[in-house]
Ligand binder design. Structure first.
Ligand code: UDX
Length: 447
């Protein structure tokens, strides 16, 4: 295998995980960032994100001298054969991806480029951005050196990004020239993955098309779950039956309070914006977005149906991150649901194994952040499950039951079987699954 010299611009989760994994398989990687304090922390092997397995791989890469961190982006660009742009593309107010950081990176490359380079976009960017990057680099370098632009989108899931990278199902390589595509394919050889070579525009669209399709699967099963609630069917059984058809498959049919995170919400909005700009209509996508926004509020309706008014009620919220195994709260359902509970006058206590601090930055101190599941549910009038962390699901619910003022459990993630929770004495309400009357129990703490 040929070992390449790689510069990765941007040490967010995409840049950091990709760079670390490229070093792991034998390439020489320099990860760069303008954020000096972040680079200092990384040099001390302190990982700024919660990503299982990443710390070990970073330490290993640094020890073996294949992975370095720097703020000297110019030098890193000049020493590299291949440069990955992995900077953020946050959503602007119109829903469009903001390309300011991408443009900065491109201009930086153009200013210091000193020979032929392959410049790869990892950031999720609107179709047409590859051409813009070429233009920006060309302008800044006065077209003195030749270079190729490649679109190589990432498909990593937060919380299992290292696993996904080392076991990647496919890599999409969008390029104009086959020679440039061949270099990026060679770079990926150690991963033993399926390589799809496409045009730059197709590669850029594959990323959005994939994420929006997955978001659509989630909104679809959530709509089926809502229907199940009305018709007495069980969404788990329905999803299982659907998934047995290999054309549909079992994955991404887990009903609940909908998707959150840094990708699906942003990418669905961005594709909607792209569609409008292109003068096309995409009504399915509109419905996916709308369904997801409504889905979060259903747990509040369910809560009100059981408790009547929420004013003065003590509500325990378990899980703040948008999904387990991450401290990311970007667009997490908890950030929509908790303000609604507070608005309705509820007293909210919340717990998350790792994301409480991140949530506090957004929600402030109106919420009481608790150190454990036990402390959170004590004396509460109802408990809402918003993230299916193992620490939450595997708690001793028999014991927890007796410490709640009212054992009302609204499970936004369908974590348990209704029969089991009813057997423990819970008034257990989940998403799209029939209610099972609870077993009577006299165990309850005095209020
Ligand atoms: C996603 C894509 O999976 C990944 O390929 C892409 O690169 C980035 O976006 P990520 O946002 O990390 O990854 O999380 P993912 O595991 O896909 O879950 C996204 C959201 O959908 C979470 O809020 C999750 O709870 C929700 N979800 C997922 C469901 O509600 N039901 C499901 O069946 C699956």
């Amino acid at each position: 295998m040929k070992s390449y010299s790689i510069a990765v611009i941007g040490t967010g989760y995409v840049g950091l995980v990709s760079g670390t994994c490229f070093a792991y398989v034998g390439h020489r990687v320099v990860c760069c960032d303008v954020d000096a304090s972040k680079i200092e922390r990384l040099k001390r092997c302190e990982i700024p994100i919660y990503e299982p397995g990443l710390d070990k791989l970073v330490a290993e890469g640094m020890q073996q001298g294949r992975l370095r961190f720097t703020t000297d982006i110019d030098a890193a660009i000049q020493a590299a054969d291949v440069i990955f742009i992995a900077v953020g593309t946050p959503m602007s107010q119109t829903g469009e991806a903001n390309l300011d950081y991408v443009q900065q990176a491109a201009r930086m490359i153009g200013t210091v480029i000193n020979g032929y380079k392959v410049i790869v976009t990892k950031s999720t960017v609107p179709v047409g951005t590859g051409r813009l990057i070429a233009q920006w680099i060309g302008e800044a370098s006065h077209n003195q050196y030749s270079f190729d632009i490649v679109s190589n989108p990432e498909f990593l899931r937060e919380g299992s990004a290292v696993y996904d990278c080392l076991n990647m199902e496919r890599t999409v390589i969008g390029a104009d020239r086959p020679e440039a595509a061949a270099i990026i394919a060679e770079l990926h050889e150690p991963f033993g993955t399926v390589v799809l070579k496409t045009s730059i525009e197709s590669a850029e669209l594959i990323k959005y098309a994939s994420n929006c399709f997955l978001a659509m699967k989630i909104s679809y099963i959530n709509s089926i779950a809502n229907l199940c609630d009305q018709l007495g069917a069980d969404v788990d059984e329905v999803a299982q039956g659907m998934g047995l058809d290999s054309r549909i498959g079992h994955r991404f049919l887990q009903a609940g309070i909908g998707y959150g995170g840094s990708c699906f919400p942003k990418d669905t909005y961005a594709l909607r914006h792209l569609t409008k700009e292109a003068g096309c209509s995409f009504s399915i996508l509109e419905a996916v977005i709308d369904t997801n926004e409504q889905q979060r509020l259903i747990v509040i309706d369910k809560l009100k149906q059981s408790l009547g008014t929420l004013a003065g009620k003590r509500i325990a919220v378990l899980g703040l991150a948008f999904k387990p195994n991450t401290n990311d709260v970007r667009d997490a359902p908890s950030l929509t649901i908790i303000p609604k509970l507070l608005e309705a006058g509820a007293i909210v206590r919340a717990y998350d194994p790792v994301a409480a601090e991140e949530a506090r930055h957004v929600l402030g101190d109106q919420v009481v952040y608790m150190p454990s599941v036990q402390d959170t549910v004590m004396y509460c009038d109802a408990c809402l499950i918003l993230t299916e962390w193992e620490q939450i699901v595997e708690s001793d619910w028999e014991k927890l039951h007796s410490s709640m003022s009212r054992p009302l459990l609204i499970d936004g993630r369908n974590c348990w079987s209704a029969e089991k929770m009813a057997e423990l004495g819970f008034e257990y309400i989940s998403m799209g699954r029939p209610f099972v009357p609870q077993r009577e129990t006299s165990l309850r703490v005095p209020v």
